[in-house]
Ligand binder design. Structure first.
Ligand code: RP5
Length: 170
């Protein structure tokens, strides 16, 4: 999350506070990459005017990418995308309907002309990484942090005890 003096570059909006346990993983990942973000709970159905206000002011506040997460009849990411040309990343929240298939289909089946980049059900970390990759196009230091993250991820697998016998082979 942003400190008082920082400008948030990623706006995370959830359909409900009940989505926060999933989306706090995106906040943590962005924190690890030192990307300032803000987190809101605004339902597209229950508070559409507030949602429009959030989107209308986003670019001016410094937001460059929006992550929108919702479950069930998950119209939030699409409605956000309808009101901005900032990149919108959609996160389907897991539900009791086939693990969140309702959320996934609600978010991924956008009509042509209004894209939402949809990640996997519950894919909060990948949403954060994708947002960071977009920002890194214009931020060399963030690019370096992303490359370091990838390298550490690979190293952790290579160094796993189960792969000891494969080291230095092939
Ligand atoms: C969606 O309905 C929210 O994104 C949430 O995933 C789901 C349930 O919301 P609550 O009833 O918990 O507020 O709009």
């Amino acid at each position: 999350m942003t400190a008082e003096t920082e400008v948030a570059r990623v706006g995370i909006v959830c359909g409900s506070r009940s989505d926060f346990p999933v989306m706090e993983k995106a906040v943590a990942m962005l924190g690890q990459l030192q990307v300032p973000c803000e987190l809101h709970a605004i339902s597209a159905h229950r508070a559409p005017d507030l949602l429009f206000r959030f989107v209308a002011g986003a670019e001016e506040r410094g937001i460059r990418v929006i992550i929108a997460a919702a479950g069930g009849a998950a119209h939030l990411p699409g409605v956000v995308a309808a009101k901005t040309i900032l990149p919108v990343i959609g996160v389907p929240i897991p539900t009791s309907v086939n693990g969140g298939l309702d959320s996934l289909l609600s978010i991924v089946q956008m009509p042509k002309g209004v894209p939402v980049a949809t990640v996997a059900i519950g894919g909060a970390e990948n949403a954060a990484l994708l947002a960071a990759e977009i920002l890194a196009l214009a931020d060399a230091e963030l690019r370096a942090r992303l490359l370091a993250f990838r390298a550490a991820q690979t190293r952790a697998i290579e160094d796993d005890e189960s792969n000891a016998g494969l080291r230095g082979k092939g």
